[in-house]
Design a protein around this ligand. Structure first.
Ligand SMILES: [Zn+2]
Length: 190
C-alpha cells in the first residue's frame, strides 16, 4: 500500500470514501486504524483525495484545472551563501513555452534555455501542482542552522502570484516537487 503523507504535517493520510458504503468488519477496522475516512455525502468541489486525521481535514487536492490552465510562469530558486543560488524559470507566453536554467556562481556551466511544446509545458505545470504545493505553508524555517540552504518558489497564474519559501526546512511532499522540477531536459537540481 502506498503511503501518502499529508502536505501540511507529514503524517500518513487515509483514503476517503464518499457516500454511504456498506459496512463490513474490514471497513470498520480500516476506519479505526485511520486508514479510511468516511466523508459522507458532503462533497467539496474539487474533492480532496486523502484525509489527515492529524490535521483533521481533507488534503491532497488533485484537480486544479483553472490554475493549471492559467499558469504562465513557475520560478524556483535554491542555494545558500557559499554555494550560490541556482534558478529555474519555466514560462508560457503567446503560445511559446520555454525553460531556462541559471547556474549558481559556483557551477562551471552556462545558462541553458530550452523551448517546450505546449504539451510539455502543460505536463510540467501539472506535475508541479501534483506536489500539492497549494496546500503547503507559505514559509518553512529552521533558524538553528546557519548558512544553510534556502529556497523560493513563485507561481504566476492569471493576475495572481503565489510564493512559498524556506530555510533548511522542506514541506512533506518536497520530493514530488523536485521530481517535477527535474523532469525537464536541464541540469539536475538537488
Ligand atoms: Zn496533516
Amino acid at each position: 500500500m502506498t503511503r501518502i503523507r499529508c502536505p501540511h504535517c507529514g503524517h500518513e493520510t487515509a483514503k476517503i470514501i464518499y457516500g454511504i458504503p456498506q459496512m463490513t468488519d474490514q471497513l470498520q477496522k480500516d476506519i479505526d486504524d485511520h486508514k479510511v475516512y468516511l466523508a459522507g455525502c458532503e462533497r467539496m468541489i474539487p474533492p480532496p483525495s486523502r484525509y489527515c486525521f492529524h490535521c483533521k481535514q481533507g488534503v491532497c487536492y488533485t484537480f486544479f484545472p483553472v490554475e493549471e490552465m492559467e499558469t504562465t510562469k513557475v520560478e524556483f530558486e535554491i542555494g545558500g551563501y557559499f554555494q550560490g543560488y541556482k534558478r529555474l524559470v519555466v514560462e508560457g507566453k503567446d503560445n511559446s513555452y520555454f525553460a531556462t536554467y541559471y547556474p549558481s556562481h559556483c557551477e562551471d556551466i552556462l545558462e541553458k534555455r530550452i523551448t517546450l511544446t505546449s504539451d510539455q509545458y502543460k505536463k510540467f505545470v501539472h506535475k508541479v501542482y501534483m506536489s500539492y504545493i497549494k496546500e503547503w505553508d507559505e514559509f518553512y524555517d529552521n533558524r538553528d542552522i546557519l548558512d544553510g540552504t534556502s529556497w523560493q518558489i513563485t507561481i504566476t497564474y492569471g493576475n495572481y502570484q503565489r510564493e512559498w519559501s524556506g530555510n533548511n526546512v522542506y514541506p512533506p511532499s518536497w520530493n514530488r516537487f523536485i521530481k517535477a522540477i527535474n523532469s525537464l531536459d536541464l541540469p539536475t537540481i538537488k
